[in-house]
Design a protein around this ligand. Structure first.
Ligand code: C2O
Ligand code: CU
Ligand code: CU
Length: 499
């Protein structure tokens, strides 16, 4: 009975993974030599649901699986309708999606629609737990513009390991302007989803998770890069103009993306929609949970490597050990082999589709302040008693505490400051925001579109403005939190209700 045997193995895999730190982690290059070659980038299956007019039904199953990241080695993983990660869901503005999520794990899980505007009880956060064997139904109308959203587990204190083992996928929203735009848009051909993750593997191919104090403090980082679950991936480009939907699906690592030949590319979208116009650059920072769409011209038909450049981690003043752990080395992300690319009929556009109006700071009815804190020290360097290591405004997440109320259909400015020694990607549920400034200075052009996650550097204050939609529910809250998932799980999260 093969299935019985594997079930026992799978049941214990989270536990065994945490003791597996005794085994030396292997770097991807060593394992790649075992594999002996690069691997073809997998394009995740597209799931457009079952459509009846504008009603679209998706059936998702959260389950365990075995994934062959390295030839001949099975890695116990988690996935949604597949062994690792999930298919790319796709729907259109104006659709009503009806998503059934069945949990086949032996523990509680959830699926959260990250970046989506929706009623709080449909959000898939910590309050919408799905017990083992049960099915949760989430139903909402898609009211926002074209964008690359994602979905992932949001189980309280369990988000980080569940996402690390595979519970995440992309959710693409189309609208009329995006479908009619003169942009590469053939899925898997010239429109390529790229979920970038870093993982740490043991010699036997199993994943290691959270084995040390730095893993808990800095968040879990690994030396092996996966794109769409593939180690050492190569994209064999079919077109000379590629649209990459870059998604940082990592628990904690921020990437500084650039090509090995320093070629420029055009950023056309941030998390929740198109920029006002394409922004040409040769480097892009992508923090956990952030997404960006870029256009890459490969008409010179070369082989180019998308890399993450080494960085100091950004203002690590106080703790040398943390600085050491956080300073990322240069890493290879994705090899693009354009030698057989066919001429694209598209060019870099001058303008981009206008999907939705942006929030206007002059309409703001209030400014709220958020202070991100980690470690034993609180505001002003005072030693804190209790409250946990990771806090927002001095408090660790408590499921039974609503931190504040927001009035529906209003605009607010949030001012997020970070006195801690490391950067934190701050995320708000249910809204798409605009970054007003960083320490009083205008944001980088790549950050001028609608966003749902913003990196707040050490000793930085970032102001964002957002419209709260009409959905209200005095009982069920939305979350705001750091998207370094280990920080979220350890308390750097709060809750608000919209009334
Ligand atoms: Cu990506 Cu609260 O989530
Ligand atoms: Cu979210
Ligand atoms: Cu954080």
């Amino acid at each position: 009975m093969k299935s019985k045997k594997t079930r026992i193995t799978r049941r214990n895999f989270l536990k065994s993974a945490s003791t597996a730190g005794l085994l030396l982690p292997f770097s991807s290059s060593v394992l790649a030599k075992i594999a002996g070659q690069r691997n073809k980038l997998v394009i995740p299956a597209l799931n457009e649901g079952v459509r009846k007019g504008d009603q679209v039904t998706f059936n998702l199953k959260i389950k365990t699986g075995d994934t062959e990241f390295f030839k001949g080695m099975n890695t116990p993983t988690l996935g949604i309708n597949q062994s690792y990660l999930g298919s790319v869901l796709r729907a259109k503005r104006g659709d009503t999606v009806n998503i059934n999520v069945n949990n086949q794990l032996s523990r509680i899980s959830t699926l959260h629609w990250h970046g989506m505007t929706l009623p709080a009880k449909m959000d898939g956060g910590p309050h919408q737990e799905i017990k083992p064997g049960e099915t949760w139904n989430s139903r909402f109308e898609i009211r926002q513009g074209a964008s690359t959203l994602w979905y992932h587990s949001h189980a309280l204190h369990q988000t980080a390991p569940q996402v690390y083992y595979g519970l995440a996928g992309l959710f693409i929203i189309d609208d009329e302007p995006s479908l009619n735009a003169s942009l590469p848009k053939t899925y898997g051909i010239d429109d390529i989803p790229c979920t970038i993750q870093d993982r740490r593997f043991n010699r036997d191919g199993t994943l290691t998770y959270n084995t040390s104090m730095p893993d808990r403090m800095m968040g879990m980082q690994g030396s092996t890069i996966l794109v769409n679950g593939v180690v050492d991936p190569t994209l064999h480009a079919k077109s000379t103009l590629l649209r990459l939907r870059l998604h940082n699906g990592s628990n904690a690592r921020t990437y500084h993306l650039a090509f090995n030949d320093k070629r420029s590319f055009h950023v056309i979208a941030s998390e929740c929609g198109f920029l006002n116009q394409p922004f040409e650059t040769n480097q892009l920072r992508l923090a956990p949970a952030e997404r960006a769409e870029i256009l890459v011209d490969v008409s010179d038909k070369k082989q180019i490597m998308l890399k993450s450049l080494a960085s100091s981690g950004g203002g690590m003043g106080m703790m040398p050990m943390m600085r050491m752990m956080n300073s990322s080395n240069e890493m290879d992300i994705l090899l693009i082999d354009a030698r057989n690319a066919k001429s694209s009929k598209y060019q870099i556009p001058k303008t981009l589709p206008k999907s939705v109006a942006h929030p206007d700071p002059r309409q703001a009815v209030t400014t709220r302040k958020f202070e991100l804190e980690m470690g034993m020290m609180g505001r002003g360097g005072m030693m804190r008693s209790g409250g946990g290591m990771f806090r927002i405004n001095g408090k660790s997440m408590n499921k039974n505490r609503i931190d504040f109320q927001v009035k529906r259909n209003t605009t607010e400015i949030w001012e997020i400051s970070n006195a801690s020694p490391m950067a934190h990607p701050f995320h708000v549920h249910n809204v798409q925001f605009k970054v007003l400034d960083r320490n009083g200075k205008r944001p980088n052009p790549s950050e001028t579109g609608l966003k749902d996650t913003v990196l707040v550097g050490s000793r930085e204050t970032v102001r964002i403005v957002m419209d709260f939609p009409e959905y209200s529910d005095a009982k069920v809250p939305y979350m705001y939190h750091c998207h370094i998932l280990e920080h979220e799980d350890q308390g750097m999260m709060g809750q608000f209700v919209v009334v």
